[in-house]
Ligand binder design. Structure first.
Ligand code: FAD
Length: 106
């Protein structure tokens, strides 16, 4: 099985990429569906302590799905909440599209 760090790194890659390709002007349906996606994701993410904390976090900070920029920034802030918990560096959210859509590899 994937370990927690490998799973996390791959999952963040998927989530941030998805946010960076979310429509700039989503329909109401797309916004609602993306909010549902994150709520369902939080329920089934296969690392129990991670999922429980993420559920709490998105209860306090519900998904912002009115545009690509809003979603990408919201998700960046959620990732930073986890970074703080794990003593990892805070990511500069103004660089989120640069990191996940326009290029730069690590
Ligand atoms: P990661 O944190 O996986 O980041 C990968 C890359 O994303 C970085 O190299 C950087 O380029 C970029 N990045 C970093 N921060 C941001 C940001 N804020 N916005 C955009 N891009 C960014 N692990 C635990 O031990 N305990 C937990 O409770 C826990 N909860 C998690 C909850 C969720 C929803 C997810 C997806 C993962 C969780 N993890 C948890 C895993 C943890 O977040 C890391 O993925 C893991 O520790 C590997 O870290 P990493 O150093 O490889 O970088």
């Amino acid at each position: 099985p994937l370990d927690k760090d490998e799973l996390g790194k791959s999952t963040w890659g998927f989530l941030h990429t998805m946010a960076s390709y979310f429509p700039e002007k989503p329909t109401k349906q797309q916004s609602q569906d993306m909010s549902k996606f994150f709520n369902i994701f939080a329920q089934f993410y296969p690392c129990e302590p991670c999922a429980l904390d993420f559920q709490e976090d998105i209860k306090k900070n519900p998904p912002k799905t009115s545009s690509r920029d809003e979603l990408a920034k919201w998700l960046c802030n959620r990732h930073n909440t986890v970074n703080i918990k794990l003593d990892k560096p805070i990511f500069d959210c103004s660089k989120v599209h640069e990191r996940w859509r326009d290029g730069w590899l690590d």
